[in-house]
Design a protein around this ligand. Structure first.
Ligand SMILES: [Zn+2]
Length: 458
């Protein structure tokens, strides 16, 4: 296998190497799209499992809507179509002939979902209505990069309808809080909660809220967005309800989503010169057992202990596996699992069996003395989960310190002209945040309306 590109001198090259070598993705014959391999997909499945529960706590139910949307639907909301037109793929032929009305492949599903909402919503009793969809979407991408920008990607999109603007806004804020909690406490990536400036707002939204992360190369990565859609879509799709006072009213909406892009953030946030580092809460394999032996007798006793431990930890819901590939040396296995970012390696040799102990090796410790620990089997039931917790916490702490160091925060007067001056060096206002430490605009020096985070984007 090719040596990993040096993370310090060529971060994009390192990223490109790691996604292929750790077998997260493969390049696909379909230009701009990625093939997600089983190890990468297992990460997505863990993300889905955790987020799906949280989405249901917010009161949304899962449903599924068609991939193909009548082109006229997209045109109903003027800002929406203008925003998405350049990246929409259109199906003009099917069934062996030219279609009377073309279909667009969904770049997002507001239009088709709202057309259904207009049939489902009649009275205040039907509100709030909260629907979530796990799906793929297509947005034509000229400069694809696996996970970060691909023509087709996977995501969830929540769509909710409410009787009042306040309630819809609260929903968008609650969804942002859910994402922040998930990204920080599971992916171990610190984020800033903020609001997008008008120029960066979702096409058709009154307000776009977001969480933004600062990556080790100083670039900003949008990890999730939530939108207050207010009346734009409900009016275009003629959604109305009879309120308690008997009058007909137009409801208010929110939509929110996160995508496989989060996996790109995960890779960049924690990886090092030896490969990926996955936070335990999201890692497909949390601990890998490497049996070490030289003869058949040792093999028997070592494997017996390995299997006993595998059973024990599976019962404790720890994702554990044994690498008993006999064609590979222990050294090659260490390298293989280190590259894949497995948080803990458990080494078991005949001497360890004799002493009733194992060797635990942490993927995150750089300090040699702290990296390895000898733990007796009786202590392991506590020591292993403790070590997973420590790794999870340490990853977030390290990322936090780095992110604060790289962060560019400044004041902004609110004018689009000042915002546009950043474009020269390809930077943007990532979001407006709540703190107000800066009194003047970074560009014109007039009074600032809010602190903003400024960074290059991917
Ligand atoms: Zn200004």
């Amino acid at each position: 296998m090719k040596k990993l590109t040096d993370i310090k001198t060529d971060f994009p090259g390192w990223y490109q190497d790691i996604i292929f070598q750790a077998e997260l993705v493969d390049s696909s014959p379909t230009r701009g799209s990625m093939v997600i391999r089983p190890y990468g997909y297992a990460i997505w499945e863990n993300i889905q499992k955790i987020l799906d529960k949280k989405i249901k706590v917010l009161g949304a139910q899962n449903a599924y809507f068609p991939l193909l949307i009548p082109e006229s639907f997209l045109k109903k909301e003027a800002e929406h179509v203008e925003g998405f037109a350049p990246e929409v793929a259109v199906v003009t032929h099917a069934g062996g002939k030219k279609l009377e009305e073309p279909f667009v492949i969904r770049p997002t599903s507001e239009t088709i979902i709202y057309s259904m909402f207009s049939r489902w919503i009649h009275s205040w009793r039907d509100l709030p209505l909260k629907i979530n969809q796990w799906a793929n979407v297509v947005r034509w991408e000229m400069r694809p990069r696996a996970f970060l920008r691909t023509t087709e990607f996977l995501w969830q999109e929540g769509h909710t309808v409410h009787a009042s603007r306040e309630e819809a806004m609260q929903m968008a804020l609650d969804a942002r809080e859910m994402y922040k909690d998930f990204v920080e406490n599971y992916l171990a990536i610190p984020v800033f909660s903020g609001i997008k400036s008008e120029s960066e707002r979702f096409a058709g939204a009154d307000e776009t809220y977001c969480i933004e992360a600062i990556m080790p190369d100083g670039k900003g990565l949008q990890m999730g967005t939530t939108h207050l859609l207010a009346h734009s879509f409900p009016e275009s799709f003629e959604i109305s309800f009879q309120d308690k006072d008997g009058t007909m009213k137009v409801p208010y909406c929110s939509s929110w989503g996160v995508s496989t892009r989060m996996i790109g953030g995960l890779i960049m946030s924690h990886g090092d010169e030896n490969g990926l580092i996955l936070p335990p809460k999201i890692a497909p394999v949390q601990a890998i057992i490497i049996p070490i032996y030289r003869n058949e007798d040792d093999k028997k006793t070592v494997l017996e202990m390995a299997e006993k431990l595998e059973d024990l930890f599976e019962k404790l819901s720890i994702r554990i596996a044994i690498d008993n590939d006999e064609t590979k040396t222990p050294g090659a296995k260490f390298f293989h699992w280190e590259l894949r970012g497995v948080p803990i390696r458990i080494e078991i040799g005949p001497k360890d069996v004799a002493k009733n102990q194992v060797v635990l090796v942490s993927r995150v410790e750089k300090d040699k003395a702290k990296k390895k620990s000898f733990v007796s089997i009786d202590q392991l039931e506590k020591a292993l989960p403790d070590m997973l917790d420590t790794i999870q916490r340490k990853l977030l702490e390290t990322a936090k310190v780095r992110s604060e160091k790289l962060l560019e925060k400044n004041g902004w007067c609110g004018s689009a002209a000042c915002e546009a001056t950043l474009k020269e060096d390809k930077r943007t206002i990532r979001c407006l945040i709540e703190s107000k430490e800066h009194t003047n605009c970074f560009s014109c020096n007039k009074p600032s309306i809010a602190d903003v985070i400024i960074a290059k984007a991917y």
